[in-house]
Design a protein around this ligand. Structure first.
Ligand code: 3PG
Length: 306
């Protein structure tokens, strides 16, 4: 019997694991569970005898792929697959997929949770500011960016988006103002929601030249990846722009310095939790299980990314 492993350092909600189990067992496969592991060796041991694996931000590098002698498919239950070595997977003929859009709503909601939290002074009872009437720039108008736009419009924000891969008409048809030049987006918007994938073109692309274009009351909101932000630039922004604020679900390596220097202008979740809702876990987890079953039983490669 073929085995499908769930390997999640940050576990899915119980209801999602139950749903995955049902799909897997109904299709005639066996489920194996490795949650909250603390050592890489546990992952290396767990992948040894499995044909498929479902992961979240868990690192699937060459060593893990080499240990997984029987592996045919790895599915990232989520959007970003920068945690999987695609080249090494392809070299071993392992199919890699993601589950695009399945956790997008949860991530988009958290962006607003963080904006409101800092705008209301961390709920300390003092007088804060509102989002209504402020400008919001969506940097990358994908599954998350689109939902960010819908929520922002509901709140009454003035919403702009930049994405070289999305048509102007598609952005405007959702009532969002299209901005062709990324610099214009940063110039116009008091709030920027970062919804970019992390890849060789985007890593460290949010640098001082770009961030410093933001107007007074600049607030950067990052629910994507820490690697997108050039950290020396981030420190320079905090030092030179006393109005600059940063809220993030992916804490930078330099966060202790920021916390010491600008405690009221910075917030990071204690652990990445954008996709950490029951709904997102069910959506992404069950989609991953279905994609694996369809691949193992019918060779369906929809959502393959390598
Ligand atoms: C994603 O890329 O889907 C999100 O960053 C969520 O990551 P997580 O599954 O590790 O919470």
């Amino acid at each position: 019997m073929q085995t499908i492993l769930i390997a999640t350092d940050k576990p899915f909600a119980k209801v999602a694991v139950e749903g995955i189990r049902e799909i897997v067992e109904k299709a005639g496969f066996q489920l194996k569970l490795l949650e909250k592991y603390t050592e890489k060796q546990q992952l290396l041991d767990a992948v040894k005898d499995v044909e498929a694996v479902i992961v979240r931000s868990d690192i699937i590098d060459e060593q893990v792929l080499n240990a997984a002698a029987k592996l045919k498919i790895a599915v990232r239950a989520g959007a970003g697959y920068d945690n999987i070595d695609l080249k090494a997977a392809s070299a071993k003929a392992v199919v890699v997929m993601n589950t695009p859009g399945q956790n997008a709503n949860a991530v988009a909601e958290l962006a607003f949770g963080m904006m409101i939290y800092i705008n209301r002074n961390f709920y300390n009872g003092s007088s804060g500011v509102e989002l209504r009437g402020k400008t919001l720039g969506i940097h990358a108008y994908g599954n998350i960016g689109r939902i960010v736009g819908t929520i922002a419009k509901g709140i009454g924000m003035d919403v702009y988006a930049h994405d070289p891969n999305v048509d102007k008409a598609a952005i405007e048809s959702n009532g969002i103002k299209y901005v062709a030049d990324v610099k214009e987006l940063y110039k116009k918007c008091q709030y920027i929601s970062v919804n970019l994938p992390a890849n060789k073109d985007t890593k460290e692309s949010l640098n001082f030249d770009l961030l410093s274009l933001m107007p007074a009351g600049a607030t950067l909101v990052n629910t994507a990846r820490k690697e997108l932000v050039h950290e020396p630039s981030l420190l320079k922004m905090f030092a030179e722009r006393k109005d600059f604020r940063y809220v993030t679900d992916v804490a930078p390596d330099c966060q202790e310095q920021i916390k010491a220097e600008a405690p009221t202008r910075y917030y990071a979740t204690p652990k990445k939790m954008g996709a950490q809702t029951e709904e997102a876990n069910v959506n992404a987890g069950l989609a991953a299980a279905r994609q694996i079953v369809n691949f193992l039983t019918k060779g369906d490669k929809t959502f393959q990314v390598n």
